[in-house]
Design a protein around this ligand. Structure first.
Ligand SMILES: *[C@@H]1O[C@H](CO)[C@@H](O)[C@H](O)[C@H]1NC(C)=O
Ligand SMILES: *[C@@H]1O[C@H](CO)[C@@H](O)[C@H](O)[C@H]1NC(C)=O
Ligand SMILES: *[C@@H]1O[C@H](CO)[C@@H](O)[C@H](O)[C@H]1NC(C)=O
Ligand SMILES: *[C@@H]1O[C@H](CO)[C@@H](O)[C@H](O)[C@H]1NC(C)=O
Ligand SMILES: *[C@@H]1O[C@H](CO)[C@@H](O)[C@H](O)[C@H]1NC(C)=O
Ligand SMILES: *[C@@H]1O[C@H](CO)[C@@H](O)[C@H](O)[C@H]1NC(C)=O
Length: 421
């Protein structure tokens, strides 16, 4: 029986898998611009270019120092993003505040009317905008000129020349945001979609470096960590612990008491790791509290509550000898399986929020297939063994009489089969 216990090392495999996945998503960062966009930038004498992280946006810039006046930095910008709709708007802006965020941004917005005509204007984005007030044009001193440019590679583009007061804007760490929306009313841009891509379209950029390295993406790193911890904790260790309880407690393998320590070990580690991921998820939800993913959040709270109840079982379960232990076991098992279903659904919901998290999706499908294969193998083995023992019991019973019964009775604990039935 001992060699069965080696399986406890196999949760490492999905862990390694998910970590590889994480480094993969983190390194898919700095990319050069598309050919058409670079060409357009060159025509405007702009040499530095980078792809932005979200919305298929690209960004080119050129710094001019204003020799006679070092109190201003002049920047030429070319910005492109995929709109792909008969009407809508594209926007780019800088934020003189502490963080790269929507509120406080000085934005240049190009609105595409339903007749295909573009109008570019400047806007002051305030708290009221976020609360649903219509966005009104306002003069921005920093914008020297602005215009819509030709469409390249499916991207709508606009160019802007800014004169940034060095006191307010530090070009080595400039907060900038970009956005795209599809709704307009009388030429006014209305609210953009609230998917993750639209929430994540901000960064801090160093314009003095030709590659334009960016920071301020801690949220997307945190999100990856949230995903990995939850996939390992809730999504891998808990189901693995359930498999151990189901197949190693009584039948087909009786590994008493090591099944119990493994089960508790898996569930406890899974619970702690998962709770860490859950807490990160809560703080992520808090830091972008105007964009809530309601179902994901509700499911996450249910998972935490029910798994806490399950963990309390460790302390509160009735003694083996108690009459109602059988019913308690049923309840513990059914809650466990229900929890498992919610966990799997919520992990896929989380991956769905990522939009294009295909690597995540297939990674987790791989983990599930791995666990499923183990469970399926053990299930088949259980039934084969069960019928063999039944057969043998019959034969023996015929030869040796009822006093042999004890040694061939397969499952001592009926509720294993209650579940299987
Ligand atoms: C780009 O630079 C060249 C040479 O300095 C100049 O002749 C040209 O007018 C510039 N083009 C633009 C769009 O500024
Ligand atoms: C350079 O600074 C001078 C003095 O403040 C200003 O008049 C001029 O517009 C600035 N040039 C640019 C390109 O911003
Ligand atoms: C730049 O700013 C400093 C302090 O704010 C001021 O003393 C100086 O006159 C300014 N320079 C120009 C050219 O405006
Ligand atoms: C933009 O909004 C800020 C408040 O968020 C305000 O202080 C500022 O005067 C506004 N600027 C313009 C040009 O309306
Ligand atoms: C901009 O930020 C860098 C790094 O924090 C700092 O060294 C530099 O002095 C700042 N420049 C201005 C003009 O504030
Ligand atoms: C910005 O980039 C320049 C050039 O690579 C570098 O010297 C500077 O330290 C960077 N500043 C920040 C704040 O990262």
């Amino acid at each position: 029986m001992k060699n069965q216990l080696n399986m406890s090392s196999s949760p490492l495999l999905p862990a390694i898998l998910t970590l590889t996945l994480l480094s993969f998503t983190l390194s898919a960062n700095a990319q050069v611009c598309s050919e058409g966009f670079s060409k357009l930038a060159q025509q405007k004498n702009i040499s530095d270019c980078k792809r932005l992280r979200t919305l298929g946006a690209e960004f080119a810039w050129n710094l001019h120092s204003n020799g006679s006046n070092s109190n201003y930095t002049v920047v030429d910008i070319l910005f492109g993003v995929i709109l792909n709709a008969p009407q809508g708007w594209i926007a780019w802006g800088v934020n003189p505040g502490k963080r790269p965020e929507m509120i406080g941004t000085k934005a240049i917005i190009a609105v595409k009317n339903s007749d295909g005509r573009w109008v570019v204007d400047t806007y002051n984005i305030t708290k009221e905008t976020r609360n649903g007030c219509i966005l009104l044009r306002s003069e921005l001193k920093i914008v020297l000129c602005k215009s819509i440019e030709q469409e390249v590679e499916g991207m709508s583009t606009m160019s802007v020349r800014l004169s940034l007061p060095t006191e307010e804007y530090n070009v080595t760490k400039l907060n900038h945001v970009w956005q795209v929306g599809y709704d307009i009313e009388d030429g006014h841009p209305l609210r953009h979609p609230r998917t993750l891509r639209n929430v994540d379209s901000t960064e801090v950029i160093n314009l003095t470096d030709r590659k334009g390295p960016s920071t301020g993406q801690y949220r997307s790193y945190l999100r990856s960590i949230h995903g990995v911890l939850n996939i390992i904790g809730w999504g891998t260790l808990l189901p693995f612990g359930i498999i151990i309880a189901r197949y190693f407690r009584v039948f087909p393998f009786q590994c008493d008491p090591s099944w119990f320590y493994l089960h508790i070990g898996c569930q406890l580690t899974g619970f702690l790791v998962g709770t860490a991921g859950w807490a990160i998820g809560l703080s992520l939800g808090h830091s972008s509290r105007y964009y809530t993913f309601h179902h994901h959040r509700t499911f996450a709270i249910l998972i935490f509550i029910f798994s806490t109840v399950q963990m309390l079982a460790f302390r509160l379960k009735p003694k083996v000898t108690d009459d109602y232990r059988k019913y308690w076991n049923m309840y513990h098992h059914f809650l466990g399986y229900g929890l498992l279903a919610i966990i799997v659904i919520n992990i896929f919901k989380g991956i769905h929020i990522l939009e294009g998290g295909d690597a995540w999706k297939w990674g987790y499908i791989g983990v599930l297939a791995f666990l499923g294969a183990i469970a399926f193998g053990l299930e088949v083995f259980t039934w084969i063994r069960f019928f063999r023992l039944k057969q043998r019991k019959k034969n023996h019973g015929a030869k040796k009489g009822p006093n042999q019964k004890e040694t061939v009775e397969p499952p001592k604990d009926k509720d294993v089969f209650l579940i299987q039935g």
